[in-house]
Design a protein around this ligand. Structure first.
Ligand SMILES: *Cc1c(COP(=O)(O)O)cnc(C)c1O
Length: 355
């Protein structure tokens, strides 16, 4: 199967080689060295400010979102949530569950955030945003958000789960207190590890806040990370896969080169479907995903036929949009030839009268 979903995605050979071995014991100096290296490389790739830290939690991306909400924010905060799809909605649910004082900015599905939507919220203390709203394919205007937060001293937490590697992320320039990602998106290893980079601003809050939980405690993760360890048994092999992947990126020319590769695959795909009856629903596309509304056939049927007849996975949308929108991911180990196979399959479907 060729996998063009938005995660889990296909892994490269270097990662698969690591995944094919038994799990080693991890309370060792050797494993700690790998963890130190993972932390250092992630902070470099994100251009995190001096004295930032990075932790690796054994949980999915949502675990990192919840951990940030519980450990960095508190009852005194007034939180802005940008909500333009299912992942924005998840932050809203988390604020609700953890009884935070919040306001959501609703963005119409597929639409960019506008400056006037931030007006009147200057006295808030924190802002939660999914840099790339994976459900609609919208890449938010991060310079706008960052400038607003800096000007008003608002703590910025960026869910970059699907944006990391696909888009340039400069934590220092954004002034972000925390940036999160997950193992199964553009990191392109198995699901199970969430990564959170924390600037000093977030570290100070974590130290001062009352503990809300144990398993997702950032205090515990940070303390243990000082010796290259985790408080509980982590997804050891995924951490090793992340190490292999970070090294592979380095060896292939660095993170900017990897981003160019993803952008190239995305551009080629978008060019290749211009003659097909699809409408791109995102006003501001990321390199990670193309979200399409098919004009002549239901989205569910397209997803099913690609899977059953062409051995290609693309990503269905959920809820009311299940039959209206499907998404094609451009992250993971996708070659130009793989991309062409997807384009050929779609054109074959058109020739067969399915599209
Ligand atoms: C995938 C994704 C998540 C959730 O990740 P899980 O690993 O499924 O919990 C959160 N935010 C964004 C933007 C994502 O793309």
């Amino acid at each position: 199967m060729l996998n063009f979903t938005v995660g889990p995605v296909m892994s490269g050979e270097d990662v698969l080689e690591v995944a094919g071995h038994s799990t080693p014991y991890f309370r060792t100096p050797e494993f700690s060295d790998i963890m130190f290296e993972n932390e250092k490389m992630m902070l470099e790739y994100l251009n995190a400010p001096e004295n930032s830290r990075c932790v690796f939690l054994t949980t999915s991306g949502t675990g990192a979102m919840e951990s940030c909400v519980m450990n960095i924010l508190n009852k005194n905060d007034k939180v802005i949530v940008i909500n333009g799809g299912s992942f924005g909605h998840r932050f809203v649910e988390l604020c609700e569950l953890h009884k935070l004082d919040y306001t959501e900015i609703k963005c119409e599905f597929g639409h960019q955030l506008k400056a006037e939507q931030l007006q009147g919220l200057e006295n808030y203390t924190a802002l939660l945003v999914n840099m790339h709203e994976t459900s609609s394919g919208v890449l938010y205007n991060m310079p706008l958000i960052s400038e607003f937060c800096k000007k008003n001293h608002i703590l910025l937490i960026v869910d970059a789960i699907s944006a990391f590697i696909a888009e340039e992320i400069d934590m220092e320039e954004l002034g972000a207190a925390a940036v999160l990602t997950g193992s199964q998106k553009a990191l392109a290893v198995q699901p199970g590890i969430a990564v959170i980079a924390l600037a000093p601003e977030a570290l100070d809050r974590i130290a001062a806040n009352e503990e809300q939980c144990m398993y997702l405690s950032l205090k515990l993760a940070l303390d243990n990370g000082r010796r290259g360890q985790t408080p509980f048994t982590p997804a050891v092999t995924i951490l090793l896969q992340i190490n292999a992947r970070l090294h592979a990126i380095e060896e292939a020319g660095g993170i900017a080169e990897e981003r160019r590769k993803i952008a190239g695959i995305a551009a080629e795909f978008r060019e290749g479907i211009r003659d097909l009856p699809f409408e791109n629903i995102s006003e501001s596309c990321s390199n990670a995903v193309t979200a399409l509304h098919p004009l002549t056939t239901g989205a569910k049927e397209i997803v099913r036929i690609l899977k059953d007849e062409y051995q290609i996975w693309v990503c269905p949308n959920g809820g009311e949009l299940a039959d209206k929108v499907f998404r094609v991911g451009h992250i993971g180990h996708i070659t130009k030839e793989d991309n062409q196979k997807l384009l050929d399959a779609l054109h074959d479907m058109q020739n067969r009268g399915i599209l």
